[in-house]
Design a binder for this molecule. Structure first.
Ligand code: F6P
Length: 329
């Protein structure tokens, strides 16, 4: 089998060990793996891997040392052209030119939607792998990159707490995650934060002020509030202004962690998940599967049809937020 592999959307720590697993698992089956650079845009532009091997093939040794490497050696992109008829046509032509039988796509919701669309125009097989720090996908308990991003954010919060404590101050720490609060909430719980604002659960400025006054009465002198970037109040900077106007009892500062959360060497949990899902994707192709995302749910490797993954996104539960509130008080 000739299998193409690409990463698309925001990079996530663990994409590299996933590529390594795909190449090594495919090698065990006697398959060839063709690397596609810069995601769907590279597929349109005919930008293939140019290692020292047979043209475009990623040889077994070419992926040595990728277990601990952050980012993606395949590069990634968010391609608008792929969403056009002309772009799709070029992508399909290149898949045919390369004689590919199958494709493995690593990325988030947009990547899976793109794969779903591609299958309407190409008769090869496609398996998707969830790679995004957002953990916003249905069909897998965790996405590749999430554990590392939580680790990075918690590390930053541990440091900020020192300064918050020294100055009796409150930090509003903005966390990525787009429309999903999972990354923010996990960070808040692991970082021992007092309060979190997430997109899934509405909380008025008055309610936040009430909580902060309550914490002040409890004797808390400093505070860390995690703010998901997709929160209803428009992120940490705009929330600071709103809280200030409403009489926030703490002096505040904002820290936007931004793309720092996407970088760094993947933590073991991400390396392991990436390896499992990479191998499982190759295995699934050999079982004749297509149009599905490989994931892990309750310790089991599972396939979920693209249409059932892209229809919605993961939501954090009010119970998790409630738990944060209980342990913070
Ligand atoms: O999907 C990963 C992610 O980092 C989101 O958390 C964030 O909203 C978005 O990508 C940022 O995208 P870009 O790097 O294109 O600005």
């Amino acid at each position: 089998m000739r299998i193409g592999v690409l990463c698309s959307g925001g990079d996530a720590p663990g994409m590299n060990p996933c590529l390594r697993a795909i190449v090594r698992a495919a090698g065990a089956y006697g398959d060839e793996v063709i690397g596609i650079k810069h995601g769907y845009q590279g597929l349109i532009d005919g930008e293939f891997w140019t290692g020292a091997n047979i043209p475009h093939e990623i040889g077994i040794r070419a992926v040595s040392g990728l277990t601990s490497k952050g980012g993606t050696v395949l590069n990634s992109s968010r391609s608008k052209e792929f969403m056009t008829e002309e772009g799709m046509k070029k992508a399909v032509e290149n898949l045919k030119k390369q004689n590919l039988d199958a494709l493995i796509t690593i990325g988030g919701n947009g990547t899976l939607s793109g794969a779903n669309e591609l299958l309407k125009h190409w008769d090869g097989k496609i398996i998707g792998i969830p790679g995004t720090i957002d953990n916003d996908l249905l069909g897998s308990d965790f996405t590749i990159g999430f554990a590392t991003a939580v680790n990075t954010a918690v590390d930053a919060i541990d440091k900020l707490r020192d300064t918050a404590g020294s100055h009796d101050m409150m930090f509003l720490v903005e966390i990525m995650g787009r429309h999903c609060g999972d990354l923010a909430l996990h960070t808040a719980i692991a970082g021992g934060c007092e309060i979190a604002a997430v997109p899934e659960i509405q909380c008025s400025i008055e309610d936040i002020i009430k909580k902060l006054n309550h914490f002040k009465q409890l004797g808390k002198k400093s505070m860390i509030m995690v703010v998901a970037e997709g929160d209803e109040h428009g992120g940490a900077n705009s929330l600071l202004e709103l809280l200030k106007k409403a009489g926030c009892p703490y002096e505040m500062r904002v820290v936007v962690l931004g793309h720092v959360q996407r970088g760094g060497s993947p933590v073991p949990a991400d390396r392991i998940l990436a390896t499992k899902l990479g191998c499982f994707a190759v295995y699934s192709l050999h079982q004749g599967e297509s149009g599905k995302m490989a994931g892990e749910i309750a310790g089991q490797l599972v396939l979920t049809p693209f249409k059932d993954v892209i229809v919605d996104h993961r939501q954090v539960t009010p119970e998790m937020l409630e738990m944060l509130s209980i342990v913070a008080s």
